[in-house]
Design a protein around this ligand. Structure first.
Ligand code: ARG
Ligand code: ZN
Length: 884
């Protein structure tokens, strides 16, 4: 059975064509018999015509790749002529107003490599139903506005599958005489089918509990493979932190008696918020100091929080249709980011959020797959779990948070939860609740949901010493995107401050107003607008877009000295970092120009002084210093570069700058490396994380600069390290530079960690992103390595994903051989896992940004993929949109 599109092109689904469901389902009783060859699924639904529809008409159920064994209405089995089946649906033309429907299907989870619906991961049965996986389990109105109460009975071999889980509470269990046992679960909360989950396997359980603010006890159960019990402490602690945070920050209490999390090895995404039974990628759960890095610890806490927060933003209040995806994802990412900011450092969190937005979302918004936060059409909804829906969606919520202020925003979310609890709603319902709770008019602001493209802001400043006024002239442009030629001006909050020549923040006062604080949010609504501050005697340095108050590309005419000044003095820590990054980018682009012209590259003195100042200054926040000293990555530089992108020049300029900075500041980096050493037990707390970050960043510079003491230190650290942060902190720069001893260290690392799949992912990724190990020949070797597995998404991401995204220099090698190779892998993967294949195919989507030769080579590969007669709908959509 090929999971492939039909001969003709698939038809897009459009928001404008939304109609309420013809039939509603009140209760669902499911019975699964899990078997080695096949699994039988029997369902019994109570169905009624939707009173909102004048005429319900035929019953149409979704279903894909199912073997239908039986279908009955009110107990009477239907004969051949009484229903119609096609590749995607089951239609029963004649049904009563109210009836029970019984359907029995047979599926083969052990052959399901797409990892949607019910599948097996290292011997464990598990599910992934969002967005449209439930239809691969049984025939059902598989849409989020059909909410029902589920009771689930699971029958399986008692020895192999002692643990049988589903949503809700366990209400019964027993054994059969044939060696099988059964467990029954009942979920008291009505839910859409995408939140259904089931697990069957031989797993270890780690248990704890949480007492909610009203004094209810919630049992917390985390299930992992035997042997991994020592890697769940951090996840469990994070879960309790998240529960407490949502009570304190949003007044949201957990509504469950038992909150279950299961970790599985093979998973397309990070995790899934199924009601009361989250299923997680092992990479988003398992951590102990020896195997996980600081970044892993932080990512796990964020994802645990994210899925927990969905229990309200997504589950209690759910989506009317998939166009509303950002209602739950944008809001929940915002909640997750806020949680992480409260747990660690708010400015550092902001920097990381912005970095991610810029490296992943800005390019998307500027390419052929650009779409609004609330898309208006799709071919395959799985392709819309994008940085735009998630990260830009979170930025949109953040702007409203700041426009309303924390109190009104909280009143708005309270109102939203109270008025839509138990319902399936839209982003419009969310915005309206925020408006009702405040006296803000968000009508123009709504364009953020419907207009794609990253707005550009152009700022000019004018100082009038005679009048002591300072005027900012701001102009906005929203670029054209596919299907949206003409844009309206957006409502953009621009937070600004002014610094006097001594670096002090000036109190801000606008014409006709009382003096205010030192940050002012300008609300830009027109295509062009001017804002005048009074009482500004001397020409100040403006600090623009503080805290990154809007997801825009900002252009201004700061001189290098102004940037260095802001980096040293601005009271807004985000803008300080931003100034440093911009300084670094300018210097890198001078290197790019020199490289392209065949001239000698030179290191900018301003940059050396600025970075040296950071290293030597006793800046309190080491994490912030580390962020500021981190070079912008090659992908981000490519995004900033005018056509045509030159991946080789970018790589060489970045490499040159890093090495020369390390040599110019060798003593400072060495000092910083030594001063930030610490003994004692590993702790993933903010202070210790920041010190390790700065220490290992310094080490990476020293290795890049070829500084002997640094290379020696890295070789030493890679085998004496007692935690993975430090071990990788040494190995990564060694592999990046291929210093003597690297091959041996890689081999030793493999021998030590080959039984830890999450550690092996790191081992693969540092090689795939190295200019030395991540050559085409190197990537081929990694794919043939015994630890590699094409069916495991984490491995595919660690090698192919990391290569395309993290190694542009080799991926875009001018002979185009990597393109051909990569397209081969996309096609091979498309048969196994269309979602993953489509994700990889995006590596070609911005081919028009490159020179004509590369364009032609990439286009050839896109055409070749498109011509595959069995291509999945997922990959088809990405490839056809890329070709435009
Ligand atoms: N809702 C999940 C989250 O928390 C993402 C699951 C999406 N799964 C998929 N196969 N597209 O973000
Ligand atoms: Zn989510």
């Amino acid at each position: 059975m090929a999971d492939s599109r039909q001969q003709q092109s698939p038809r897009p689904v459009r928001l404008a064509e939304y109609t309420p469901p013809a039939h509603l389902v009140d209760t669902v009783q499911l019975r699964f018999e899990l078997g080695e060859e096949w699994t039988t699924v029997s369902s019994r639904l109570t169905v009624r015509a939707n009173p909102e529809r004048i005429e319900a008409g035929p019953l149409v159920l979704d279903g894909r790749e199912l073997e239908l064994l039986e279908v009955a209405v009110d107990g009477r089995p239907l004969g051949e002529g009484e229903y119609a089946l096609d590749a995607e649906s089951l239609t029963i033309p004649e049904v009563p107003e109210r009836f029970t429907l019984e359907v029995t299907t047979r599926i083969r989870p052990q052959e399901n490599t797409a990892l949607e619906g019910l599948y097996k991961s290292s011997g464990t049965f598990c599910t992934q139903c969002e967005p449209e996986g439930f239809r691969r389990i049984t025939y059902f109105p598989d849409r989020s506005d059909v909410m029902a109460r589920y009771t689930t009975t699971i029958v399986a071999d008692a020895q192999r599958y002692p643990v049988l889980l589903s949503n809700g509470n366990r209400i019964g269990a027993g054994t059969l005489t044939d060696g099988r046992h059964w467990v029954q679960w009942e979920d008291p909360f009505p839910k859409p089918s995408y939140l259904f989950a089931l697990v069957g396997g031989d797993l270890a359980r780690v248990a704890d509990s949480y007492t909610t603010m009203s004094g209810r006890q919630v049992a917390l159960h985390i299930y992992v493979e035997h042997g991994n019990e020592d890697k769940v402490d951090h996840a469990m602690r994070s879960l309790k932190e998240a529960m407490a945070w949502d009570e304190a920050t949003y007044g949201r209490e957990c509504d469950l008696d038992v909150y279950q999390i299961v970790a599985v090895e093979d998973f397309n995404m990070g995790a899934m918020e199924n009601k009361g039974l989250n299923i997680f990628n092992t990479s988003a759960i398992l951590a102990k100091p020896e195997t996980a890095t600081d970044a892993d610890f932080q990512r796990i806490e964020a994802i645990i929080g994210h899925e927990y927060f969905h229990n309200w933003s997504g589950n209690r209040v759910t989506l009317r249709d998939w166009f509303q995806l950002s209602l739950k994802e944008g809001f929940t990412v915002f909640r997750e980011q806020h949680f992480s900011a409260d747990r660690y450092s708010a400015p550092v969190q902001r920097i990381e959020d912005v970095r991610r937005l810029r490296t992943a979302q800005f390019p998307e918004d500027d390419g052929p797959t650009a779409h609004p936060v609330r898309p208006d059409s799709y071919i395959e909804i799985s392709n819309f779990y994008t940085p735009t829906v998630y990260e830009k969606g979170a930025e949109v919520v953040r702007m409203m948070y700041h426009l309303l202020g924390p109190e009104d925003f909280r009143r708005g979310t309270d109102l939203f939860f109270a008025s839509h609890d138990g319902r399936a709603v839209t982003t419009e319902d969310f915005v309206r609740a925020l408006e009702e709770a405040s006296d803000r008019d968000l009508s123009q602001f709504r364009l953020w949901y419907t207009q794609a493209g990253t707005p550009r802001l152009f700022v000019d400043a004018e100082h009038d010493p005679g009048a002591a006024t300072y005027t900012l002239h701001v102009r906005q442009e929203v670029p054209e995107t596919p299907g949206q030629a003409h844009k309206q001006p957006m409502h953009i909050p621009v937070a600004v401050g002014l610094l006097d020549r001594a670096g002090n923040a000036l109190p801000l006062r606008m014409e006709g107003e009382e003096p205010g604080g030192t940050t002012r949010v300008l609300e830009l609504r027109e295509a062009e607008q001017s804002f005048t501050f009074t009482g500004v005697g001397e020409d100040p340095v403006p600090s623009l877009l503080r805290g990154f108050s809007a997801p825009v590309r900002l252009e201004h005419d700061h001189r290098d000295q102004d940037l260095a000044f802001l980096l040293a003095h601005d009271e807004d820590l985000f803008t300080r970092w931003e100034a440093g990054q911009e300084l670094a980018c300018r210097s890198l682009f001078r290197g790019v120009a020199a490289y392209q012209a065949g001239d000698e590259m030179r290191l900018d003195e301003t940059l050396v002084e600025a970075f040296g100042g950071l290293l030597r200054g006793d800046a309190g926040d080491k994490a912030l210093v580390a962020e500021a000293l981190t070079q912008p990555d090659e992908g981000y530089l490519a995004d900033l570069m005018d056509w045509p992108v030159d991946p080789e020049a970018i790589h060489q300029a970045r490499r040159f700058t890093r090495a020369r900075l390390a040599q110019a500041l060798g003593d400072d980096f060495l000092y910083s490396y030594q001063a930030n050493q610490e003994g004692g037990e590993y702790r993933p707390d903010p202070g210790a994380i920041a010190r390790r970050r700065l220490k290992n960043l310094s080490l990476a510079y020293l290795v890049a600069g070829g500084v002997g003491e640094g290379i020696e230190a890295a070789r030493e650290q890679v085998h004496t390290a007692t935690n993975m942060t430090d071990r990788l902190g040494a190995l990564r720069p060694m592999v990046a530079e291929d210093v003597p001893g690297t091959a041996e260290s890689l081999e030793a690392f493999y021998t030590q960690w080959k039984d830890e799949p999450e550690v092996m992912d790191k081992w693969f990724a540092i090689q795939a992103t190295s200019p030395h190990y991540g050559t085409l020949a190197g990537i081929r070797r990694l794919l043939e390595h015994p630890a590699f597995n094409f069916k495991n998404p984490n491995k595919v991401r660690a090698v192919l994903g990391a290569f395309a995204r993290g190694n542009p220099y080799r991926f875009h090698a001018p002979d185009g051989e990597a393109y051909t190779f990569f397209a081969d892998q996309v096609l091979r993967l498309d048969r196994i896992n269309p979602q993953m294949a489509a994700a990889l195919a995006r590596a070609f989507s911005r081919f028009r940004r490159y020179d004509e030769a590369r364009q032609r080579l990439m286009r050839e590969q896109l055409e070749r993929i498109r011509q595959d007669p069995q291509l999945s709908r997922d990959t088809f959509e990405i490839v056809t949109k890329s070709l435009g």
